[in-house]
Design a protein around this ligand. Structure first.
Ligand SMILES: Cc1cc2nc3c(=O)[nH]c(=O)nc-3n(C[C@H](O)[C@H](O)[C@H](O)COP(=O)(O)OP(=O)(O)OC[C@H]3O[C@@H](n4cnc5c(N)ncnc54)[C@H](O)[C@@H]3O)c2cc1C
Length: 444
C-alpha cells in the first residue's frame, strides 16, 4: 500500500518506521530539515562540529516506548542518565530545588506553606488517573488544597511563564501530570536522560531505516490539501501537483489539518478549530564562560525578564562534548500578536540578552561566541480545563485518514517525544488493522 505521511517530526518518523517494511512510504516535510520540534542544529566551534537541539530536550525513565525504540535501533550505548539540577530564581536570588532539604530552604514560602507544598506533591504522587482532574482548573485545585500563598508565591509564576494569559485556565490534570514526572526523584535529585550526539542520532536512525526500505522523505514540500472524495482519502496536493495514495497519516497541528481537509471531516472539523496551540521563542547561545555558576541545569524564573527559564545544557551534558558553554533562554507565547513573534530576531535576542545581564551581573556580551533564535507558533497544545474532550482520535473519519501527534491521547496531559512516538506507532497500528480487514479495531 502507498502511504503518505505529512510531517517528519517524531510522530511521522515513528509511523514511517513501523510501516516502511511492507508499504511504500512518502513523507512530505515543509521545513528544510527533518525532526520537527526535536530537530537539531549543527554548530561548529574551534574546529569541533556537534549537533544541539534547537529546543532543549531530555527524557525521563518513564518514557518506555522511546527507550525501547532507542534499544531497537541499536543506540542504547549513546544513552546517558545525568543529574539535571534545578533552581528557582526569585527576586534576584537563586534557590536550589533538588532535595527535600533544599526545598525546605525556599524562603519565599513560609514554613507552613512549605509543609502544604510538600503535602500537595505527596498527594499528586499517589494519583494514578488524572481524568477526573481535567474539568478542574489548576489554580482552583492548588488554592483549595494548599492555599492561596502557595499558589501565588510558587505555582502562579511557573504557570504564567508556561501559559501566559492562559495560565488561569490550565487544568489540574496537566499540573498533576507535570509535577508527577518532575518529582520522580530520590533524595539526591533528579536524573534525566540524554543521548550522546543529541536526539539527532535518533532522528537520523529512524530516517535511515525508512530510506533503507525505499521510503522517501521529501523536504521543503508543504502539503496544501488532503484530497478526500466520497469520504475516502485519494491523495495530497503539493506544489499544485496531486500525488495519489491509499492512506494519509497527518501529524500536523489541528488548525493546519482543518485547512488541509477543507470541511471534509464532519463533526471533527469543529473540534480542530477549538484546539489552541501556543508558540515558543527559544534562544540558544554559545558562551566562553559558564553562566549558572552553581551548576544548575534548569533555572525557573520569577523576575522581570522576557523569558521564563534559563537552561545551561553544559551544566547537564559534559562541556568537553562541545568545547563551549551552551545556554538556552526560552519563553512560550500565546498568539501571533505577541512581541516574541512580531519582533525581528535581533530585537528578541537583544531583549533576552538584556534579561541575562539583569539576572547575571557578571555576564558580558563579549563572552558570546554565537547566538541563534528558534521560534514556532505550533509548539504545544494549551491543556486548558476540559481539554480531554478535544483529544483527537487516531482515525479521522474518512477512510484512509489517520492522525498522530501532540494532539493525540498518548500526549495527554503533557506532550513529549515519547508521546509522539507512541502516537506514530498507534496510527500505524490502526492502518495495519484496517488493512488486514479489521473493522472493530477500536475495541482492542
Ligand atoms: C521548547 C520545547 C521543549 C521540549 N522539550 C521536550 C523534552 O525535554 N522532552 C520531551 O520528551 N519532549 C519535549 N518537547 C516536546 C517534543 O519535542 C514534541 O512532543 C515532539 O517532538 C513532537 O513531535 P510531532 O511529530 O508530534 O510534532 P512535530 O515535531 O511538530 O512534527 C510535525 C512536522 O510536520 C511538519 N509540517 C507541518 N505542516 C506541514 C505541511 N502542511 N506539510 C508538510 N509538513 C508539515 C512540521 O514542519 C513538523 O516537522 C519539547 C518541545 C518544545 C517546543
Amino acid at each position: 500500500m502507498k502511504i503518505i505521511i505529512i510531517g517528519s517530526g517524531l510522530a511521522g518518523l515513528a509511523a514511517g518506521y513501523k510501516l516502511c517494511k511492507s508499504n511504500e512510504i512518502i513523507i512530505f516535510e515543509k521545513d528544510a530539515e527533518i525532526g520537527g520540534m526535536a530537530a537539531s542544529y549543527c554548530q561548529s566551534y574551534a574546529g569541533k562540529e556537534y549537533f544541539i537541539e534547537k529546543y532543549y530536550h531530555h527524557i525521563f525513565r518513564s518514557d518506555s516506548e522511546l527507550l525501547a525504540l532507542i534499544r531497537e535501533l541499536g543506540l542504547e550505548s549513546k544513552m546517558l542518565w545525568l543529574k539535571g539540577k534545578n533552581a528557582y530564581f526569585v527576586d534576584e536570588k537563586s534557590y536550589p530545588m533538588n532535595t527535600p532539604s533544599e526545598i525546605l530552604r525556599f524562603s519565599p514560602l513560609s514554613f507552613t506553606d512549605l509543609v502544604k507544598l510538600g503535602l500537595l506533591v505527596f498527594r499528586i504522587k499517589i494519583i494514578n488517573d488524572t481524568t477526573s482532574y481535567d474539568k478542574i482548573k489548576a489554580k482552583d485545585w492548588i488554592i483549595d488544597n494548599a492555599g492561596k500563598s502557595v499558589y501565588e508565591n510558587f505555582f502562579a509564576p511557573l504557570l504564567k511563564s508556561k501559559f501566559g494569559d492562559n495560565a488561569e485556565t490550565v487544568s489540574a490534570a496537566w499540573l498533576i501530570g507535570r509535577v508527577k514526572i518532575r518529582s520522580d526523584r530520590g533524595t539526591e535529585g533528579e536524573k534525566l536522560g540524554y543521548m550522546r550526539g543529541g536526539f539527532n542520532s535518533l532522528i537520523e536512525a529512524l530516517s535511515g531505516e525508512i530510506t533503507a526500505h525505499e521510503g522517501e522523505i521529501i523536504k521543503n514540500k508543504e502539503v496544501t490539501e488532503i484530497v478526500i472524495t466520497d469520504n475516502k482519502v485519494q491523495g495530497v496536493m503539493v506544489d499544485g501537483n496531486f500525488t495519489t495514495c491509499d492512506a494519509v497519516i497527518s501529524t500536523v497541528e489541528p488548525r493546519v489539518l482543518d485547512k488541509l481537509t477543507k470541511g471534509k471531516l464532519g463533526a471533527l472539523q469543529e473540534t480542530l478549530q477549538k484546539i489552541q496551540y501556543q508558540g515558543t521563542a527559544c534562544a540558544l547561545i554559545g558562551l566562553e564562560k559558564k553562566l549558572i555558576g552553581d551548576g544548575n541545569y534548569w533555572l525557573n524564573i520569577k523576575a522581570d525578564v522576557p523569558f521564563g527559564a534559563v537552561i545551561e545544557h553544559t551544566n547537564f551534558m559534559p562541556f568537553e562534548d562541545y568545547g563551549e558553554h551552551l545556554i538556552y533562554m526560552t519563553s512560550y507565547f500565546q498568539d501571533e500578536k505577541d512581541a516574541l513573534w512580531v519582533q525581528t530576531e535581533e530585537e528578541v535576542l537583544d531583549s533576552y540578552l538584556r534579561g541575562l545581564e539583569k539576572m547575571f551581573p557578571d555576564f558580558s556580551r563579549k563572552e558570546i561566541h554565537w547566538t541563534k533564535l528558534f521560534r514556532r507558533m505550533d509548539t504545544a497544545p494549551v491543556y486548558e480545563q476540559g481539554y480531554l474532550e478535544k483529544v483527537l482520535p487516531f482515525e479521522a473519519g474518512p477512510s484512509g485518514l489517520y492522525l498522530a501527534g501532540m494532539f493525540s491521547s498518548t500526549n495527554y496531559p503533557e506532550r513529549s517525544m515519547n508521546g509522539s512516538i507512541k502516537a506514530g506507532f498507534e496510527s500505524a497500528n490502526f492502518f495495519i488493522k484496517k488493512d488486514e480487514g479489521c473493522e472493530t479495531c477500536w475495541l482492542d
